[in-house]
Design a protein around this ligand. Structure first.
Ligand SMILES: *Cc1c(COP(=O)(O)O)cnc(C)c1O
Length: 354
């Protein structure tokens, strides 16, 4: 793959590492590649970061033709940069694209563009503990006309943002979650398993309402029966009930999270029984009432592990154990971030160094 490099002649000053926040600052360059139905993918380049110019009829603006990914690059003590399971993200991008009728990108080209771009921007990977370079690959359709159809013009872009630690100090902070009874995030047959912007657009209202009531996120129920647990906010969710780990099975409306996958693997290796199956909200309430819900946590690239302290359902609040961070939740966080930050050996071959 031929990648042209157009250097940014006006590099920005790097932001202070103590106050990066999330997705506020961007590096000096972006990777861009274009697609036209007749010629396929072409014009791969790393160019100065800047605004995009779009036709006002562009498909993405009207019909939401967009998919994305999210992963992080970490600075190791020896100066190398490390990615976590990047090939899983690149495969999922093509999976999501297939659902939205966006064109596939050859896997080797996805990997090469990602690794070359991160290498090019490596000075932007912050080195303070817990910080990372958040990488956002995305693809969108931009045909310059209004009919609904499979797009013929597309772009694939990678941008990157030096971001702070998700937790302000090194301790995990538990969150209060509201079980959402009205809105649903996705339905089977829809786009729930695809990482696409439209899923997020549809979920903001419920999250806003939960925040107004003092909760950080919602726990989504399935779209058909409103009975089975699906995800928490934009994270997968796992429970420890009476010593056994249970998590909703991948049923088409749940996103196949890479952190979820990694947690399941690590938990099995720790000797836990992990059940991927349907979990009804009634089963969960029952477990809480009988003091059998020992731990609950969300998983996703941003927070890695996010402990849940309180679940609210039908106007009642249930505190999980003492409302603190569960022992296993903490262990998982230490294990996964340990591998990601290069502090403990990666026995799984999940990391890629640049
Ligand atoms: C990205 C995402 C997740 C988490 O996936 P990871 O690969 O672990 O980051 C979970 N649910 C939704 C809806 C997501 O978009």
């Amino acid at each position: 793959m031929d990648i042209k490099i157009i250097k940014n002649e006006n590099p920005k000053e790097k932001p202070p590492v103590d106050n990066l926040g999330f997705g506020q600052y961007f590096t000096d360059h972006m990777f861009v590649m274009d697609y036209k139905k007749d010629i396929g993918w072409h014009n791969a380049r790393i160019e100065p970061f800047g605004d995009l110019v779009m036709h006002p009829a562009a498909t993405v603006l009207h019909y939401g033709a967009e998919v994305f990914e999210g992963l992080k690059a970490y600075k190791l003590e020896d100066g190398r940069v490390q990615l976590f399971r990047p090939s899983d993200n690149m495969k999922r991008l093509n999976n999501s694209a297939e659902r939205l009728c966006l064109p596939q990108i050859p896997f080797e080209d996805l990997m090469e563009s990602l690794l070359k771009f991160v290498d090019h921007e490596r000075d932007w990977v912050p080195d303070k503990k817990g910080t990372s370079l958040y990488i956002r690959p995305f693809m969108y359709g931009h045909d310059p006309y209004l009919g609904v159809h499979t797009v013929e013009n597309c772009s694939y872009i990678i941008i990157a943002s030096p971001s702070g630690s998700y937790y302000s100090d090194s301790d995990l902070s538990p969150v209060k979650i509201m079980i959402e009874e009205e809105d649903v995030r996705a339905v089977r047959g829809g786009t729930g398993y695809a990482k696409c912007g439209g899923n997020y657009a549809a979920s903001v209202r419920a999250c806003d309402r939960a925040e107004d009531k003092g909760y950080s996120q919602v726990l989504w129920l399935d779209g058909v029966e409103r009975k089975y647990i699906e995800e928490v906010g934009a994270m997968n969710v796992l429970f420890k009930i009476d010593g056994i780990i249970v998590t909703p099975e991948l049923n088409g409306s749940i996103l196949d999270g890479i952190t979820r996958r990694s947690c399941i693997r690590v938990l099995k290796d720790m000797g836990y029984e992990v059940q991927e199956r349907k979990i009804s909200v009634d089963e969960l309430v029952d477990a809480m009432e009988n003091n059998k819900l020992e731990e609950a946590w969300g998983t996703g690239t941003a927070a890695i592990v996010s402990p849940i302290s309180v679940l609210a359902y039908k106007g009642r609040e249930y505190q999980i154990k003492d409302g603190g961070v569960g022992e296993l939740t903490n262990k998982l966080y230490e294990k996964l971030t340990g591998i990601q930050w290069g502090l403990i050996p990666d026995e799984y071959g999940w990391t890629v160094q640049i």
